[in-house]
Design a protein around this ligand. Structure first.
Ligand code: BDP
Length: 721
């Protein structure tokens, strides 16, 4: 009996222990893992150099910095480090601002700190009272916190810390996540569960996740979050919700994370009982002013509003024959006195307008350049259509020298295989940022527009549509965490390379073994190109499944809006394929500066990546490989699917270097991706073949099913709609 009991206890303990072990590696810790440094030489160096930590000051932000260092150093060094408020030994780490810490003030770093602004920091190996020290100094506590995260990253990635000389400041001011979260906690285009914001339990209960969310954002320099969907619900502006928003804002504040809301343009009618939402109407103006004042009573540092207006059915100033500038300025005036900003989206198009959809944003906004208030930024998607796997850069970049433009990227993978496809997006973001607009001269990159250096914008920013939900691993796919990470890192510093970001993310999130990092980084760097190949090669776009955008749908036609169908975009007939956007066609090319027009407009200089975006060519058109367009299209689809198999092989070889749970998760998802890539390949090849009437190039295996089979597939209840 007694033995039986002990046996039971042991089994219970073992099983319990195992299950704790098993859930421990669910990805919850993101890149903020502080496990013991395995490289013994580095560990010794770190232990030597970090005998004690001195942080003076106890503001909420410095308290957070201290906690992070405490848990970080404890984990990485495997011992507890003394925290003092005074210098006692050598080999200390000193953190703070000259205002708070006399020892830092004594270092006379003023000249070095000045250009770093409110968020920058220095990390220096130096001497304090003739003893060796590492100093993290900043102008503000938030700067110091960012420095702490950078320092921890150095340890996590096994960098040498004996002779550090780092001076760092963000290149854009507003680095903001856009959550497309609804008040019922569904997330539009979200594939990682439900919204993190538990409105029902707020304001009384703040889930720990919200704090971990803020920590993660602070660690990569994200300093703003728009809590609500751009397809906005006016309810968020009512008192019961504002007190909940306040609770979140209070929780996020120590991490330097400001809260913003989306503003539904018709709110004065819906909430205020007014007859109109006309932005030039005095009562409407007064309503918004009072609403903004009310918000500031709850959230004194409220960031401002993000607005989607007159787009996809959302109300806006054009309902009253006013311009986007009239609408934006009215809201800007309401928040200006308190330092708020308005991010007004340029994602506008209308199927009633008989114009190539991708031209409409430019047509609407370019004439308004200079008409916006100083606290307005126009938020422009990376490309002129809608977050496709590949788009040319948006022609508005460079075209509005008097209006600060904020770049908007989609981190969530609406058109990129959603949460089950491994697609590292830094190369996509970089492709836009590095694109040359030629607005002033050669080298007028989108990045220089966005960071304000080209047109001397006073406001600068980057927005990323969040891929975060309440899944334990936050983002659905373990590797989708890298896209959140990459967005933050690039918003802070767009000069970082995709490879550098992947490298540090892998080391922090998995491990520092070269045999792991090298091949898996290769998977990441290739992944976006692979996806483009099996979905939309050679400049094809918007051929995804109807409405949910899951899976292939090149046959989608005859819907109530032509500009939501696939045939509108690929225009395939027996003669050829592609959207002619040259002067002979829609002339969308004319929206770019002349060197760009020439490059894209000329068939010989247009990169093949954008061929069918700008040109309509015959199936027999010879591409650079010497193949016909038809053959090349098929080759690309097959290469894309084969690329996923390559990713699988590389990943499978990593089993011994990754914990079983995350290994299995990624392996299983790669299996799903492989199936989906073949689905895309076969459906698209068969569909385009039914139009081109060409034989499948020799050597390529036949698709597994008939075109009819693929056209009948009707995925239901796809998440995120
Ligand atoms: C599209 C999405 C839609 C969004 C819209 C937007 O399909 O759900 O509301 O963008 O950005 O990509 O407003």
């Amino acid at each position: 009996m007694r033995h039986g009991f002990i046996f039971f206890v042991i089994i219970f303990w073992l099983v319990g222990g195992l299950s704790i072990e098993a859930t421990a590696e669910d990805g919850y810790r993101l890149w903020q893992r502080y496990d013991l440094v395995k490289d013994t030489k580095k560990l010794k160096q770190y232990r030597n150099h970090l005998q004690a930590v001195v942080i003076e000051g106890n503001s909420p932000t410095l308290t957070v910095a201290k906690q992070e260092l405490q848990s970080g150093l404890q984990g990485l060094l495997g011992k507890s480090v003394t925290f003092n408020s005074q210098l006692k030994t050598g080999n200390i780490l000193m953190v703070g601002t000259p205002q708070n810490a006399p020892a830092i003030a004594a270092l006379a770093l003023g000249e070095k700190l000045k250009p770093l602004g409110p968020e920058g920091y220095l990390i220096l190996s130096t001497t304090v009272h003739r003893k060796k020290a590492t100093v993290i100094a900043a102008n503000t506590d938030i700067g110091a916190l960012y420095g702490v995260f950078h320092f921890l990253r150095l340890l996590q990635t096994h960098q040498d810390i004996t002779a550090i000389s780092i001076s760092n400041a963000p290149k854009t001011q507003h680095r903001i996540l856009n959550h497309w979260d609804n008040l019922d906690r569904t997330v539009e285009r979200g594939y990682a569960g439900f919204s993190l914001w538990d409105w029902h339990k707020l304001p009384d209960y703040i889930d720990d996740r919200c704090l971990d969310y803020a920590r993660a954002n602070a660690s990569i320099g994200i300093n703003g979050t728009v809590l609500t969907n751009v397809n906005a619900n006016a309810l968020i502006l009512t008192k019961p919700y504002l007190v909940k928003v306040k609770a979140l804002a209070d929780a996020f504040r120590p991490y330097g994370l400001k809260v913003y809301l989306t503003a539904r343009f018709s709110a004065p009618i819906e909430l205020g009982g007014l007859k109109t939402a006309d932005p030039l109407d005095a009562e409407v103006k007064a309503w918004w002013k009072a609403k903004a004042d009310e918000i500031y009573t709850y959230i004194p540092d409220f960031g401002g509003f993000l607005v989607k207006a007159n787009s996809e059915g959302q109300p806006g100033p054009q309902n009253y024959k006013r311009t986007h500038a009239d609408g934006a300025n009215m809201l800007a005036d309401a928040v200006a006195a308190k330092g708020g900003i308005v991010m007004w989206r340029a994602f506008v198009y209308d199927n009633e307008v008989p114009e190539d959809r991708i031209k409409q944003a430019y047509n609407e906004f370019k004439p308004l350049d200079g008409a916006f208030r100083k606290n307005v930024m126009v938020q422009v998607k990376n490309g002129p259509l809608d977050f496709q796997p590949r788009e040319p850069f948006h022609p508005l970049f460079g075209a509005m020298p008097q209006t600060p433009l904020m770049a908007e990227f989609q981190i969530t993978q609406e058109y990129l295989g959603q949460a089950t496809n491994l697609v590292y997006q830094a190369p996509l973001y970089k492709e836009t940022l590095d694109a040359d607009t030629y607005a002033m001269s050669v080298g007028s990159t989108v990045a220089k527009v966005v960071d304000g250096s080209l047109h001397k914008y006073e406001l600068t920013g980057m927005a990323g549509v969040s891929n975060i939900g309440n899944d334990r691993n936050w983002t659905g796919h373990q590797f989708a965490q890298s896209n959140w990470y990459a967005f933050g890192r690039l918003a802070w510093d767009h000069t970082l390379s995709s490879a550098t970001i992947a490298d540090e993310w892998l080391r922090m999130t998995f491990n520092n073994e070269e045999q792991f990092v090298r091949p898996v980084k290769e998977i990441m760097l290739q992944s976006r190109e692979t996806l483009v190949n099996y979905m939309t090669p050679l400049g094809l776009h918007h051929i995804m499944g109807w409405s949910h955008h899951y899976g292939p749908g090149p046959w989608v036609d005859k819907k109530h809006r032509a500009d939501w169908t696939a045939v509108y975009y690929h225009r395939a007939t027996v003669e050829g394929i592609g959207f002619d956007r040259t002067a002979a066609g829609s002339n969308a090319l004319a929206q770019y500066f002349p060197p760009v027009q020439q490059m894209f407009g000329n068939l010989t200089t247009c990169p093949e990546d954008f061929l069918l975006w700008f040109h309509r060519v015959s199936w027999d058109y010879k591409v650079k490989s010497g193949r016909t367009l038809w053959e090349e299209l098929c080759q690309r689809y097959y290469a894309g699917a084969a690329g996923v198999q390559q990713m699988q092989q590389t990943w499978n070889a990593q089993q011994s270097r990754v914990d079983p749970e995350r290994f299995r998760h990624v392996k299983t998802f790669l299996g799903i991706q492989e199936k989906e890539a073949r689905w895309w390949r076969d459906a698209c090849v068969l569909y385009f073949q039914s139009i081109s009437k060409k034989p499948l190039p020799a050597g390529l295996p036949r698709p597994e099913n008939t075109l009819d089979y693929y056209m009948q597939l009707n995925p239901r209840f796809v998440p995120g709609i």
